[in-house]
Each structure stands twice: as C-alpha cells, then as structure tokens.
Design a protein. Structure first.
Length: 242
C-alpha cells in the first residue's frame, strides 16, 4: 500500500473522530430525573443482573449489534431450532425476602403479528421464548412472549431465602430467545424505565458506576486502513465506545 495514501486516510479518520466527538459533546442532553426509582432505599432493595455478565454463557451468545438502540449487549439463544445449553450465574442478594422479578426481553416476531398484515405474512407462536430458573426451579412466567419493543416483562414475585442464588436462562426453542437484563426488587412499586436515556441512568446507579467516567489521561488515536469504508467503520466503533 502507498505510504502517502495511508497517511491521508489516517488524517481523515482522525479529523472525523475529532469532528464527530466534538459534535456529540455539544449535543449532550441533561440527564432525566429518576430520583424516585434510584433513591437510596430503592438501590438497597434492588439487584440488577446484566445478561452479558453471566459467569457462563452456555449455548447463548453475546449480541452487540443494537447497543445504540438499547444501551447494552444482550444474550441470544441461536440454536437453529435446537434449544441451547443454559446460561448460568450466581447472584448475591442483600437480604432475604419477597422480590419482584422483571426480565428485559421482547417477542422478536411480534412485528409480524400486526392485524393489518395478510394471513400469508403473519407469524405464529413465540419462537424466542425462554425460562428463568432460580436455584434450578423455573418461575411461572415464560419470557420472550410479548412486546414488539425491548421492555421489562413482569415475572411476578419470588421468595429469596438465602444470600447466594444460582440463576439460569433456559432456552425452550433454539430460535433466538433474547435476554438483556434481569431485575429483582423488594420495592413492589418500582417499574423499571424503558426509555433509553432513563435506562442509562438507571443502570449506572444500580451497577454502582460513576456519573462521569474517571479521567484516565490523554491518548493519541491512530488508525491505519487501506480502505476508506473500513476506516469509517472503525471510526464509528471508536465513537460508540467513547
């Protein structure tokens, strides 16, 4: 590859990163007020588990394609029609008691169930359904069975009788069940937010992340690419992580 061409591409990519990063910084929106759902008492009563942070993914895979739309990766049960192995993790609860369960998921074929679609185009059933197992016992609700959009599906309540509990995502179909996160809360009035700006604040508070990323110093970003299109993809990837 011609050295001068490489330098030109690199310079354009660096300029693009700087230009877009500054534009994004100028368009920062004020954070929504979540004082009720992120109060000190609610935080003490609530446990959030990100699906992608499970100890073992089993046959589930981490999907990152729509992070810009939902704020995080999710676990996908892509088994080509055969149920995949359970994803498992261990969760520590602050205290025993009755917890309300919410699972963030969606029925991925619901968009093809709209009444205005012709019968030939309509989807039938819920191929992305799965169960949540708590210490080996499936809770009553089957997840991934409702809603076109990502949302918190209500899983009812459960009594937690010990501080450490094993969770498992149990795929039922092998047809792309999706789980983003699981929420347990003894605050039975809590309804988790679905709006993305609110979700970001909600997640950050529950996971104990700072309001602003800690300063880690200044670094020079350099990108070498032999194709402008690939260079643009790399720039966008950096901006998503910035």
């Amino acid at each position: 590859m011609d050295k001068n061409k490489c330098l030109v591409i690199c310079a354009i990519c660096i300029f693009t990163v700087t230009q877009q990063y500054n534009a994004n910084a100028d368009n920062v929106q004020p954070e929504p007020d979540l004082s009720k759902s992120t109060s000190a008492s609610t935080l003490e009563q609530t446990v959030l588990i990100e699906a992608e942070s499970f100890n073992k993914n089993g046959g589930w895979v981490i999907d990152q394609q729509v992070m810009d739309q939902m704020g995080s990766p999710f676990l996908l049960a892509h088994g080509l029609g055969r149920p995949v192995e359970d994803a498992t993790t261990t969760v520590k609860f602050p205290h025993n008691g009755e917890y309300h369960i919410w699972v963030r998921t969606r029925d991925w074929v619901a968009q093809w169930k709209k009444p205005d679609l012709s019968p030939a185009m309509k989807a039938v059933g819920t191929p992305g359904k799965f169960q949540l197992l708590v210490d080996g016992q499936a809770i009553a609700t089957t997840f991934g069975t409702e809603g076109i959009q990502w949302h918190w599906q209500d899983g009812g309540t459960i009594n937690i009788r010990k501080k450490s509990v094993k969770l498992a995502l149990h795929d039922l179909t092998g047809f792309d069940g999706r789980c983003d996160a699981i929420l347990f809360s003894t605050n039975h009035q809590l309804i988790p937010p679905n709006n993305l700006p609110e979700m970001r604040v909600f997640r950050r508070k529950l996971l104990g992340y700072p309001d602003s990323p800690p300063e880690a110093g200044q670094y020079e970003f350099r990108l070498y690419a032999n194709d402008m299109f690939l260079g643009r993809i790399a720039v966008n990837a950096v901006l998503r992580e910035a």
